[in-house]
Design a protein around this ligand. Sequence first.
Ligand code: NDP
Length: 321
Amino acid sequence: MSEKAERVKTLILGSGPAGYTAAIYAARADLKPLMYTGMEPGGQLTTTTEVENFPGYPEGIDGPTMMVQLQQQAERFGTDVRIGMATAAEFSDEPGGIHRVIIDNDKVIEARTVIIATGASAKYLGLPSEQRLRGGGVSACAVCDGFFYKGQDVAIVGGGDTAAEEASYLANICNKVTMLIRKDHMRASKAMQHRVKNLPNIDIRFNTEVDEILGDQVVEGLRMVNNQTGVKEEIPITGFFVAIGHKPNTDIFKGQLDMDPTGYVITKGKSTRTNKPGVFASGDVQDKEYRQAVTAAGTGCMAALDAERYLATVETKEPVS
Ligand code: NDP
């Protein structure tokens, strides 16, 4: 562990739309924010192709470009953006107290305010075969890995907007996409349902679940089961994509921050305040309802404003640069 702690007014954890928006506002309010990007700089949008629903981009924008622009905007106002991952946290219970966050199991940051914007990560089914074949044809990101299966047959599990979006992305690259939906209907928006239903090389299987992903070192096939009839069927595939939702990245805050049973941080009323004074949560880490880039950005803005107001009201016990 590094010996000397670095002390800041505002520490931002995470670099998705919530983190960068918090950074833009915090920097402009002269809070001199320090941001640690987390494992996936830019967050989930860096694994998206076209973002068509963020206001201000009439022609759409690709996710990675948007995140680079957000970073540039945050840096323009003086945000110190660093690559690194928070690995432990000790939050003070006292108003005006100093919070300690450990980065990469080594560096200690002491912060008067912390804005948590660590987002959410893809969920997996939990099958042993899925675990064994991760990196050998099992992926949770069609946009990242779809290219490897050009012209081949693949399958995707999930019936939400992510699954629908990824299935249509894969349909453009692959020969055939089998889409497994465990219910008799899709949860995806009508527009996305329409899109997948109109692509001739997507074979949608309702009431269908994964029984086993087949293959030793690499994916060679899929055994699926109809949960109404119990009938099993094997198909040859080389790529298997999981798109069944996300889990909030809050493990290191467990026991300190109030969370709901699925791990989403609970914030107070309409604010981004958590149960610890000076610790704020924004973006997907505290929102399982909307989970959009624009709503994440909105709560990032709120978190910076909440942090600024908090700093203005608490008694300053120790100087912060
Ligand atoms: P969702 O939680 O909306 O959907 C998850 C899907 O996976 C559901 O169909 C669910 O089935 C299924 N599922 C969950 N667990 C399992 C399992 N163990 N086995 C099989 N199927 C399973 O997650 P998404 O990631 O799709 O979307 C998250 C949010 O992001 C949503 O609000 C969505 O609207 C939004 N989004 C918006 C986009 C856009 O506007 N362009 C693009 C992508 C996402 P069931 O319905 O049976 O529970």
